[in-house]
Design a protein around this ligand. Sequence first.
Ligand SMILES: *Cc1c(COP(=O)(O)O)cnc(C)c1O
Length: 435
Amino acid sequence: MNFYSTNNPSHKVPLKEAVIKGLAPDQGLYMPEIIPVLTESFYSRLPEMSFADIGYQVISAIFGDDLSEAQVKQLVDHTLAFDAPLVKVEDDIYSLELFHGPTLAFKDFGARFCSKLMSMLMEGESRKVRVLVATSGDTGSAVANGFYKVPGVEVVILYPKGKVSELQEKQFTTLGENISCLEVDGVFDDCQSLVKQAFLDEELNREMLLTSANSINIARWIPQCLYYFYAYSRLPKSDKKLAFSVPSGNFGNLGAGILAERMGLPIDIFVASTNVNKVVPDFLHGNAFQAKASVSTISNSMDVGNPSNFYRLLALYGNDETVFRQKVKGFYFDDADTSRAMQSIKDRTNYIMDPHGAVGYLGLRNLMRMFPEEYIGVFLETAHPGKFKSTVDRVLGIDLELPERLKEFMKGEKKAGSLGNDYSQFKEHLLKKLS
Ligand SMILES: *Cc1c(COP(=O)(O)O)cnc(C)c1O
């Protein structure tokens, strides 16, 4: 299968190039040339299938031309090494818990798939790959842990100084080995823009093999569709229509849900739920898409003002804005709304949501209030509440017990260089590190 650029559908490249380049040279995002629709028999068998079996089928449908059956199995087994349970929170409302992986956020799925696929595609190459990652918090930890000690790969993580939680920071700055970190004097969008400039810098690309492990990379993005199939397979039978609400920042996760729907998964509607960084909800309400400076919130992994995957979402709907606006509803919530939802769910059901999941829950509730009794809904719980312990403790007035895995990370010592929000400084750092 070839992959085309959202900026120029006639620019097509094979899998290896799409994964190693990450971003197309014209700055477009790669998209699968064909979106395979899975068979009726696959859909009828879904409820009996294991997560891994679902994974083999879906990944073969997309990557089967390029990878052997054994490679597909290896990739899926490595990626789906932990469960994604569906937990009932209220009548017709389910939380899809995506935080049972090594760094306790959904990004573990994409990062594990991406690191495995990259090392498969790089077999036999003598050159090292350098993975550049901009993170608002959870990508850094998932990618660092996914690539830790992977031979032939070096990871450089850029993150906004003072804008990620201490726990998040510890998860990527304490590893060392092939993982190095730069604290940038700026916001997430500045980190993302530095990384994008590096990918487009011809001189730098002559010197080294650069790639990205952000959700702009198809190897990070595509595997995220798997848990939508799995969640669907575990839902109780219902005559109601199905909604998925996705707490969103860079919009890779929502895009992966739309990909699953385009592959035939019967999802009736998506909710794009955001914090006050609301450029996509604004677009969905009829305005033009307009990137803005990002604003800090308690759901900091979604503090994105210029979401990279927007044009990928549009491409999934055949670049038809009307269809896009019909199939995806957008809502945004401020920190006070988010805190109230966390508190109210805790009081009524004893379920503890992290601030990101709470935004997803709120989006779903809004939809269900607009269309009473019509929907059964799933919101994606994208991180373990312990990852945002200080916020969760403050909002709920508790002292949340941290999972063992998080406590382990807290013991490490932070190692990170500092960087101004300045491309020439970043480039110099990359060139110097090489020698
Ligand atoms: C990254 C992240 C998000 C946003 O996901 P996108 O794919 O960038 O929209 C939401 N919640 C958490 C906890 C995250 O780490």
